[in-house]
Design a protein around this ligand. Structure first.
Ligand SMILES: [Zn+2]
Length: 146
């Protein structure tokens, strides 16, 4: 618990939220600034700044709650897809966004919009050699003790 952290205060019921699902590990509630109606956040009850810091059980619970919300959102809004993502922006307490997608670019990176809002642009491929190099860089980091 971090008294200065707004999500810790919500998890500890010291601030109000429009709660959707709550258990001993996680809490899901509505985002106050939704991309689309129903946009929810899932947070761990404990303070972890980054999603990669989550214990395996909490990480799995975050995903399971996201799946549960996605099924409900599809039924309620009749959308084809619901996105689930972490950005680590705004509040330094891990939070997953769950957004019912009415438009395919509701959560798109600007990198995919170079051909306009109704298109889906593919950024240029760096090519096989560059991808091989990049994969090697990540594999080398994965091989390090964490
Ligand atoms: Zn926190």
């Amino acid at each position: 618990m971090d008294d200065k952290c707004i999500f810790c205060r919500i998890a500890d019921a010291k601030l109000p939220a429009h709660k959707l699902i709550e258990d001993d590990l996680v809490l899901a509630f509505l985002d106050l600034h939704p991309i689309r109606e129903g946009h929810a956040l899932i947070i761990p009850k404990q303070h972890y700044p980054w999603f990669e810091d989550l214990p395996d059980l909490t990480a799995a619970r975050m995903m399971a709650v996201g799946q549960q919300l996605a099924r409900a959102m599809k039924r309620e809004w009749g959308v084809e897809r619901v996105s689930f993502f972490y950005t680590g922006i705004h509040v330094p307490h891990t939070h997953a966004h769950v957004v019912p997608m009415s438009h395919r670019h509701d959560v798109t990176s600007a990198r995919y919009l170079e051909d306009g809002f109704e298109e889906f642009s593919l950024p240029p491929s760096p090519g096989g050699a560059a991808l091989t190099h990049t994969a090697g860089r990540i594999r080398a980091r994965l091989a390090e003790a964490c």
